[in-house]
Write a protein that binds this ligand. Structure first.
Ligand SMILES: Nc1nc2c(ncn2[C@@H]2O[C@H](COP(=O)(O)OP(=O)(O)O)[C@@H](O)[C@H]2O)c(=O)[nH]1
Ligand SMILES: [Mg+2]
Length: 303
């Protein structure tokens, strides 16, 4: 099964939900009257795409339809897809375009950081890159073991220390080791839980600061965010972005939510590109993010 088909299949929860409303809205011969536009707006907002963006988008679409005398709902549907695609911020480069690099993964507990680091390590190795992992979630012993397991699956080394160690020193050491052995990519897993959110942000600022200072190669900070946390996750993402000046986002668990539209809101409101999406728990369940494929999968484009 191609990745595109797999994406469609995994997005089925979001799709089923959206698709039903969309099909009713866009049925053959649908009249483009006030209630059509109101229902369209409501449907989009319910998918968690973000109320402001949805209202603007529907308004624009409605204007264009009037001015350009767009005849039928089917042409509106096509324009709608393009407009949603345009809400996504597109990155200049892929996460793995530039080697060597150090990439730090941040996000709240349970977002999928460790899993994502494991999946990325595997795919980078499969692409012929040399990868080193850094285990900077020193808050929980289980976190270190969990990363070890992923490292074994991807067949890469991990820089780690015992529980309770200073995470910034782990990063320092990981960068140093990466330099010594000539790693293409050093991927660093970080903690998502501390006593308070302020403690967490302070620690992560230190971690990012030390890594940037020590590294001679570019350092990127990627937020991992769980799609099932919806608007709440989005609010947390803003806190991370403010504290750490993020470079990109990875959205996980899109397979487990009916509200896949949140990906649109995340990219648009944070003004950050989504560089990968998680669509399951196993090592191959991470894909590149293609806005058009995603939106078509979400809205159940006619094929
Ligand atoms: N369904 C699904 N589960 C995921 C995905 N990514 C991670 N998980 C699961 O989410 C849970 C938390 O992941 P973990 O990597 O430990 O999160 P962390 O605390 O941010 O490091 C684990 O049970 C993972 O298997 C995904 O894309 N889809
Ligand atoms: Mg973890």
């Amino acid at each position: 099964m191609s990745l595109r088909d797999r994406l469609s299949a995994r997005l089925s929860k979001s799709r089923q939900r959206l698709n039903e409303s969309m099909n009713i809205l866009f049925q053959r011969g649908a009249k483009l009257d006030d209630s059509f536009w109101d229902n369209l707006e409501e449907t989009l907002i319910l998918s968690d795409m973000g109320p402001t963006a949805c209202m603007e988008l529907v308004e624009e679409l409605r204007d264009e339809t009037r001015r350009q005398a767009i005849p039928d709902a089917e042409s509106v549907r096509e324009r709608l897809i393009s407009k949603i695609v345009d809400l996504f911020v597109v990155g200049e480069a892929d996460l793995f375009d530039e080697a060597p690099a150090v990439i730090l993964f941040v996000g709240i507990n349970g977002a999928g950081k460790t899993t994502t680091v494991g999946k990325l390590a595997k795919s980078a190795v499969d692409d012929g890159h040399s990868v080193l992992l850094g285990s900077a979630d020193t808050f929980r012993a289980a976190a270190i073991e969990q990363l070890d397991e992923w490292a074994a699956r991807a067949n890469v080394d991990v820089v780690k220390r015992e529980r309770g160690s200073d995470p910034a020193s782990v990063c320092f050491e990981a960068v140093e080791r990466g330099e010594q052995v000539g790693s293409d990519f050093v991927l660093i897993d970080t903690a998502g839980r501390l006593h308070t959110s302020d403690d967490l942000m302070r620690e992560l600022q230190k971690v990012v600061g030390v890594t940037r200072k020590r590294s001679r190669v570019p350092v990127k900070v990627v937020l991992v965010i769980d799609a099932t946390t919806g608007q709440n996750g989005l609010e947390q993402a803003k806190v991370f972005n403010k504290a750490l000046d993020l470079d990109a986002v990875i959205v996980t668990k899109l397979d487990g939510t009916a509200k896949g539209g949140i990906a649109v809101a995340i990219s648009n409101e944070l003004q950050l590109p989504i560089v990968r999406i998680g669509i399951g728990e196993s090592i191959d369940d991470l894909g590149p993010f293609e806005p058009r494929d995603f939106v078509e999968a979400l809205l159940g484009a006619q094929d």
